[in-house]
Every structure is written in C-alpha cells, then in structure tokens.
Design a protein around this ligand. Structure first.
Ligand SMILES: [Zn+2]
Length: 645
C-alpha cells in the first residue's frame, strides 16, 4: 500500500526583523507535527522560509544603508541558522527572491489574468503604509488601522484587481463542507463571519512609482506584485509547481501552520487564488495564538521581544520545545515568563519524568545489579501497567491528530504520574526486604521499565534528544531513522529478560530558583553589553614570547608605606621558592592593612630595579579603573608560587 503523505509549512517569515519567540513556536509546532506523522508511518515534507519583498524591507534596508537584497540575505540567514539550534528538521528553506519562485508567481499571475479574473481599475481608498494594504471603513478601529493605530491615508491609484468576490460563495461552501479546513473552530467561525459581508476584490499590484522591490507583473512592466500574492505562492513554487515531482506527491495534502494575525490571507486570499488558477485547494490551516511576554504582546517599544536562541542557551533545546508545546493551548494566547519555564522544567521534567526514570533504573541496579528480571507470569496481571500505557498512547494519538500538542503531552504525563503512584503503592523497597517477594519485585520493576520505554517513544516529536537518551539507557535498538513508529510501541513487554542496564545519567537537572534570583538574568547580561574600554590592541606576540614571562601566585606577607611617596607601597611577597620585595604604586587604592594575606599575581622574572631608592624584585599585576588600581587575584586560595598561564 502507498504511504499516506502530508506536507507541512510554516509561513515564510517576513525579514523586516530578526526571529523571535513567535517564529520559534510556529516552526517547532510544524516540526512536532511532522515528526508525529513520520511516527505514523507517513511520508512527510516540511517547508519553511522567508518572505523578502515589499515596502517594509526597502525601509529596513534604507535604515541600515544597504540594498534590499543584501538586507534580506542577512536576516534570512538568521532564520536559517535558528533551525538546527531548535532541532527543526525542515526539508526545504524557500526565499521569495529565489528565481524559481519568481517564475512560478509570474506563471500563476498570467494564468489568472488570462482567465479574466484580474482587471485594471482606478481606485481611491484608505491605505495603511505600515500594512501595505488598503482598508475598508468597517475594518478600522475608530478610524485607525487596527495593527498600527494610525489613520490610513486616502490615496488614488490605478491598479490591478483580483476578482475575489466571484468566489465568495464557493469559499463559504468549501469551508462548510470541509470540517478540518480551518482549525481550531474559533478561527473557522471568524473567517465565516467575515465572509457574511460582501468580499471586496483584492488589489494585487503596486505601481513602480511607489515600490520597485517586488516581482514585476507579467502583463504590465510598470507594476510589481502585492507582497501577499507573491508570498502565498511559495507553498506551491517550493514544490516545483506545475510539473515537479514534489508537487505531484505532496500537493494538496497540505497543512499550513500560521499565527492568528495572518488567517485572512491564508483562509481567504490563498484558497481563492488556488481556485482561480485551477489548482487543488490545500487540506487545511492550523491557527495558533500569540505568545505574550510578561503579560504583554511582544513589541520593540516595551522591550520584551524574546530571543529564542538565548532561551535555548539557558534552558536547553528539549526543555524549551517541551515548554512551548505544553504551555500553550493550541489556538489560544499564552504567557511566556521565566518563572513559568522554570516551574515546568522543575515540576514536569526534573521531578515527574527525570526522577521517575532515574529511580526505576537505580532500583534495578540496587536490587538486581542492573539485570532485568522480567515478569513472573503468575503476577503479571496483578502488577500490569499495560492498560495505562494503552490509554496514554490513545490519548496522545487523538490529541496529536488535531494538533492539540498540550493535550498530547498531558496524556503522557498522566501516565508518568500513574507510574509514580504505582511506586508509592507497591513499595519496591519493602518487597526487597522479603526474599520470598523477589519475583514480585522483579515484576514491578519490569512494568516500570516497560512504562518508561513507552514514554521514551511518545516524547520523540517534542523532545527528540531526550527520547534518544532514554532509549539508549534502556538498551533499545533504535531504528536507523531515529525513532520508533507508533505501531511499534506495543505490544507490551518488549524489553528482554536478562538485559543489563546501567544507572542513568540525570535527564533534566533541577534549576535552583534561589541561585537564579541571586544572579542577574543571564539574558540581560548577554544583551546589555556594558560600555567597554577600547584602546588599540598591542602588536601580536607568539606563545613562545608569552611563555618567557614567569607569572606566579604570590601571598603578600607585609606591606608598608614609603614615606617619601603618596602612592608607593613596599610589599614583601611569598612566591613559593623565595620571598621578594616589590614596590607597587597602589598606595592610593589600598592601605597596608588591606593587603596583608591577599593573593596577587606577580611577574617573578622581571629584572630588578630601584624605585625611589628601594629595591623592587618583581611586579604586581593590577588594572587601572577610574583613577584607582585594582589588583588581580584568584577565585580560590592557591599555594604561593603556583604558576599562572
Ligand atoms: Zn496598518
């Protein structure tokens, strides 16, 4: 039988700013959905990319004194670099400046124009320059653009229009007869309610007098294509429409992941464009909400735009992916705070899953020297966790089919919690005290090991690295593709009797909340680089040159002022093999009492010198800071004479 196929996409991200948390979420959600379908033995294709034309890109490039293409190259690269850091396995990355894409946009425009669905007309309307689109009166909020809060300008232009109105009834009917076309249901209702009003035709051109950074219309060289009409076509141009093999394989079994702010282009323009061009309509849209950060929508002016790379560096990729998928109810808004991610990591990951896993393997090591005892047939039914595992798998599958990632994970965690209770109820430590209960103990541990095997398979789409780590610790032979299919998870009792397992490493270290509170937020430490000192660097030297300098840890044994100078101190220092007298100009920054017992770094092989008549046999290292000298030292006490390299 031919495999089922599924094509997943993220929106192509607009390159007017670098990637933030919201982009990371959409991409991870699409990656999780793709990995899940692969576990369901389907053939998948996963596309992401960047949208690079339009006014805003020209402006952003101008601000940086560069060309639109150079600017787009730079930001697009940031989006590409982010993918491996988030463990996202896309099959393709498309850019709307790719020549192939431009060719397909041109072909589709020609097709729709030839069929008579594009016409030329003069139009006067309210235009928001921020949104790059005309608004209808009724879409405005108190006369202002709902996104930008500014009143749109009245402008008059001759432009090309796409007859969307002609397809309005068809689209309403299509949505009503295809249950999963727009998920979750609140967004389907939003689109249907919008379609109750007459649909206006879409202006799909921009005169080159106003904008040149775009794809030239094939039927009028004085105009470029409206950026949305260009961008949406990426979903088929990437597959090699019209003759490409990928197009034949994967279109239209397509689910587009989008955030709620772009459902109109995806839920209205795009299906109508496809219909008008004679293409099949995609299978569906999966619409998610926004991530608010500390209670507000992310915005540059509030300064709460969250960089996914920083979060990943701090908490790890798998915990970050888990948090995003577990915390957000797909379709609704969610709140991102450090407290929320820390508490998910500590409670769900370190405590519930991590502890369970290490407890089970540790007990198996303690009671059976790591050897799997297998279950006693007579006791198997009494101690079985199989029914709970089946429930977890069913609940997971049902939720994942509908992109309810949070529910899918909740189903796994309900099973984890059952296993934790099972340990408390069956008290393996008590069974271990009674030699006649050895087979009961073996059976209990066997069921637990089987339970975490099931968990290790189910968490794969969300936490691929942790899944692998657990499976290696359980001695499983991981299939070459890197995961077990859904239909390989059962039957129960796959781990072989007699296998030896090691004590596991810790899956998720707990995050110490107090320690975090006492440190400044590392995110800020990275972002807010302090003013720095920028004198020109000295000429480079070789390692051989450097190694000629004999630097030593030295302990100051005594210190006294030199009466004839306001800043010189006479120090006696212990450098291990010898004591030395060193004259140091640190008298304005330190009193002699400050110094006795302190450890410093001394240049031990500096030629002797006389300073103000006093012998100086070395030099103490210090940095000058606002008219003070700050001595160098060590984080720990060392033995005097310890070399410094
Ligand atoms: Zn606007």
């Amino acid at each position: 039988m031919e495999k089922k196929r599924q094509f997943f996409t993220t929106p192509i991200y607009y390159v007017n700013a670098k990637p933030h948390l919201g982009h990371a979420y959409t991409s991870i959600a699409a990656d999780v959905a793709t990995r899940y379908k692969q576990m369901d033995n389907q053939e998948t294709y996963f596309l992401t990319g960047t949208d690079e034309h339009g006014d805003k890109i020209v402006q952003a490039a101008d601000d940086q004194n560069t060309s639109p293409k150079a600017y787009a190259d730079q930001i697009s690269q940031l989006f590409q670099d982010l993918l491996p850091l988030l463990q996202i396995k896309n099959d393709q990355f498309i850019r709307t400046t790719d020549p192939d894409h431009i060719g397909v946009v041109t072909a589709i425009l020609t097709k729709i124009h030839d069929s008579g669905d594009i016409y030329f007309a003069s139009y006067e309307g309210l235009y928001c320059f921020g949104c790059e689109r005309f608004y209808q009166e009724r879409e405005l909020v108190e006369g202002k653009c709902p996104d930008h809060g500014v009143a749109p300008e009245k402008i008059k232009e001759s432009n090309y229009f796409f007859k969307m109105s002609k397809y309005q009834e068809w689209l309403i009917d299509h949505i009503n007869t295809h249950e999963n076309f727009i998920q979750p249901a609140q967004y389907k209702n939003e689109i249907l309610s919008f379609l109750k009003e007459p649909l206006e035709d879409l202006c799909i051109s921009r005169p080159k007098t106003r904008l040149t950074w775009g794809i030239t219309l094939p039927f009028d060289p004085d105009y470029v294509t409206y950026v949305w009409f260009d961008a949406l076509v990426n979903y088929v141009s990437a597959l090699g429409y019209p003759d490409g093999d990928k197009f034949k394989r994967f279109w239209p079994t397509t689910r587009h992941f989008v955030a709620k702010d772009i459902i109109k282009p995806h839920g209205i323009y795009w299906p109508i464009m496809l219909k008008a061009a004679g293409l099949d309509i995609y299978e569906g849209l999966n619409v998610h909400g926004f991530w608010n950060v500390k209670g507000s929508k992310m915005s540059k002016s509030i300064g709460n735009v969250t960089d996914p790379i920083e979060v990943t560096k701090e908490f790890g990729v798998d915990p970050f992916r888990y948090f995003l998928m577990r915390e957000m109810v797909f379709g609704l808004d969610a709140n991102f705070t450090e407290d929320a991610i820390v508490s998910r990591i500590n409670a769900d990951l370190a405590n519930d899953l991590g502890n369970l896993f290490s407890r089970i393997l540790s007990m198996n090591t303690r009671y059976f020297e790591g050897k799997i005892m297998g279950q006693d047939a007579a006791l198997a039914a009494q101690f079985s966790l199989e029914a709970n595992a089946i429930n977890a798998i069913d609940g997971f599958k049902e939720a994942m089919e509908r992109c309810q990632f949070h529910k899918g994970l909740a189903s796994i965690w309900a099973f984890i919690s059952t296993m934790n209770k099972y340990i408390d109820t069956n008290e393996p430590w008590s069974l271990a005290k009674d030699p006649s209960k050895e087979s009961a103990l073996g059976t209990v541990l066997y069921n637990l090991v089987e339970g975490v095997r099931v968990v290790s398979c189910l968490i794969y789409p969300v936490m691929p690295a942790t899944s692998r780590k657990m499976q290696l610790a359980l001695g499983l032979e991981i299939p070459a593709k890197g995961f077990f299919d859904l239909d390989q998870i059962l039957p129960w009792a796959q781990i072989k009797k007699g296998v030896s397992l090691d004590k596991p490493e810790i899956l998720f270290p707990r995050i110490d909340i107090k320690e975090r509170a006492s440190n400044a937020s590392p995110q800020k430490a990275v972002v807010k680089k302090k003013k720095s000192f920028k004198p020109a660097l000295k000429e480079e030297i070789s390692i051989e040159d450097f190694s000629k300098i004999d630097l030593r840890a030295a302990t100051i044994l005594s210190a006294e002022k030199i009466e004839t100078s306001s800043k010189l101190l006479k120090l006696v220092v212990d450098i291990g093999a010898q004591t030395r007298q060193v004259i140091a100009g640190i008298g304005k920054s330190y009193t002699p009492q400050d110094l006795v017992g302190k450890q410093v770094i001394v240049v031990a092989n500096l030629k002797e010198a006389r300073i103000m008549g006093e012998l100086s046999q070395g030099m103490v290292l210090a940095a000058s800071h606002k008219k003070e000298l700050i001595l160098s030292g060590f984080e720990k006490d060392l033995l005097p004479g310890n070399p410094v390299k």
